[in-house]
Design a protein around this ligand. Structure first.
Ligand code: ATP
Ligand code: MG
Length: 150
């Protein structure tokens, strides 16, 4: 399966989707989260952390760019928002070789970080307040992941 759409009616439903993704994530995977301010990227990441059995609370890494959490797999949480219009290479590519899952908010600001294969999650806010999550698999490992969580 290449694409899967999930409608979230509240924060808990977003956490549930994230938890499922975290439970099925494999090491070296990369998730790119797209969506406006307040769409639910960090909320989804909180669910992912739960699925990875991370106990520490996940908060927005905006002021630090990246945070590392330890669980079943390590979680490398990057928020590239502040890197808009910067070209600096932060050397983050090494994260993709570690035993963990990398989750990037605002990945369009760090195109040099985007690997060949990844899961893209696009979040849009609907008029009634629901969040629409469109999950797009780029690579067979991610297609399998979508089969597992749907
Ligand atoms: N269905 C929902 N899913 C996720 N968040 C929701 C939902 N309904 C309401 N919310 C609220 O929307 C906000 C989402 O904030 P969050 O920090 O996750 O957004 P973000 O996409 O990470 O934004 P930013 O670009 O600023 O990092 C939270 O305050 C949350 O309580
Ligand atoms: Mg955020």
């Amino acid at each position: 399966m290449k694409e899967y759409t999930y409608i979230s009616t509240d924060l808990e439903a977003t956490h549930d989707l994230g938890e499922l993704l975290g439970k099925h994530a494999k090491e070296n995977m990369v998730f790119l989260l797209d969506g406006d301010l307040g769409a639910g990227k960090t909320a989804l990441t909180q669910g992912i952390a739960k699925g990875l059995e991370i106990r520490r609370a996940v908060t927005s890494p905006t002021f630090t760019i990246q945070k590392i959490y330890h669980g079943r797999l390590n979680l490398y949480h990057i928020d590239a928002y502040r890197l808009e219009n910067t070209q600096q290479d932060l050397g983050f590519d090494e994260f993709f070789y570690d035993d963990g899952l990398t989750v990037i908010e605002w990945a369009q600001f760090v195109p040099y970080l985007i690997p060949e294969e990844y899961l893209k999650v696009s979040i849009t806010l609907e008029e009634n307040g629901n969040r629409r999550f469109v999950l797009e698999a780029h690579g067979s490992e991610y297609e399998t992941l979508l089969e597992e969580i749907r």
